[in-house]
Design a binder for this molecule. Structure first.
Ligand code: KG4
Ligand code: ZN
Length: 336
């Protein structure tokens, strides 16, 4: 088979990204324009602002991806684009751009599910990794445990019933006055704190369900701090950060390892922005080792939103015959 070069395009949230990936796993370029500085002043992503910024930057980001890869549009086999889930206005910028390119260049257009992209980042990082394995996908918008049975067959084993793990990190960081995005700031501060200072709840669903719930721990932290403030008592921010982080990480590890046990998998992969969390990586590795399992995760740049992961998922979708036509639309919510 001759080389397959996929141009991946991602614009589902606050990163405008384009990448060129050869044969699924070899990243030739990975261009990202992040809007974090723009949204920081609002304490979170403002959808309308994000869409406008994507429009301003997407052509330049695609040009950079091609030039970094030393490639031209002629070299590209197919164009892969995130069509959902995400912010619909933001997604539409990537989808419209990808459709225009596919039409003008007469190249196939491959639709990619954003969460599938996050999972596939593991294939880029670990060249020997093959399905099956269990993957925890935890980001600002999603917390899923899936079984990757093959490159095209992914079963959802658990999901969050309310907030995503990253959303809880961002919210508690705001309450502690740390800033945005909160995950990395809590991660850093927690290193100076005692994770056993306060025991915040870990929610267990009734029955066999491995679903997550993070709204309870979020509320518990907020109530705890309110009570201290009402009583005029101070608190150690690092202890709160460490204790909150431990409650979330404990739940993520317990459910994921149980999912791997139930499905008979010995490999656990992590994906999504929260997969960068140092306590999650350490605790998952330690507890998995006790069960004779191994844990893999992508480097931080491949955990947060990027287009290399979209191009990787696009490669396997391309081989599978996934194609979109000019009616492709953006979808705020869409099943995996
Ligand atoms: O995957 P991602 O870049 O975007 C979404 O698809 O949502 O994930 C962003 C989320 C944010 O909530 C951010 O706070 C969280 O990932 N995050 C972290 C860490 N780095 C990023 N959460 C905990 N610890 C980290 N080190
Ligand atoms: Zn994401």
């Amino acid at each position: 088979m001759s080389d397959v070069l996929i141009l991946g395009i991602e614009s589902s949230c606050d990163e405008t990204a384009a990448a060129v990936v050869r044969n699924g796993r070899e990243v030739l370029s990975n261009a990202i324009n992040t809007q974090i500085e723009i949204h920081r002043q609002f304490g979170g992503v403002v959808p309308e602002v994000a869409s406008r910024r994507h429009i301003q930057t997407i052509d330049g980001v695609i040009d950079k991806a091609l030039s970094d890869a030393n490639a031209s549009f002629d070299d590209i086999t197919a164009i892969a684009v995130t069509y959902g889930p995400g912010l619909v206005g933001a997604l539409l910028v990537g989808v419209s751009t990808a459709k225009a390119l596919a039409y003008a260049l007469k190249k196939p257009l491959v639709p990619v599910h954003h969460i599938k992209g996050h999972i596939m980042a593991n294939f880029i990082e670990h060249k020997e990794l093959e399905p099956p394995f269990v993957c925890l996908v935890a980001s600002g918008g999603h917390s899923h445990i899936v079984e990757v049975k093959s490159y095209t067959d992914i079963d959802i084993l658990a999901r969050t019933r309310d907030d995503a793990a990253g959303e809880a990190f961002d919210k508690i960081a705001r309450v502690l006055g740390l800033g945005y995005p909160g995950g990395p700031l809590i991660d850093k501060l927690a290193k100076e704190g005692d994770k056993n200072a306060v025991h915040f709840p870990r929610v267990k669903m009734d029955g066999d369900s491995l679903d997550f719930s993070f709204s309870g721990v979020k509320t518990a932290v907020i109530n705890y701090l309110h009570k201290l403030e009402q009583n005029g008592e101070g608190y150690n921010k690092a202890d709160i950060a460490a204790s909150f982080q431990d409650a979330v990480v404990d739940a993520l590890c317990t459910h994921t390892i149980e999912a791997a046990k139930r499905t008979g998998n010995k490999t656990i992969a992590l994906a999504g922005g929260v997969a960068s969390n140092s306590a999650l990586r350490a605790q998952m590795a330690e507890r998995a080792a006790d069960e004779g399992m191994r844990v893999l995760y992508p480097s931080p740049v491949l955990c947060t939103d990027n287009a290399a992961m979209i191009a990787c998922a696009g490669f396997y979708g391309y081989l599978n015959g996934d194609r979109a036509d000019m009616t492709l639309n953006a979808a705020a919510t869409v099943k995996l």
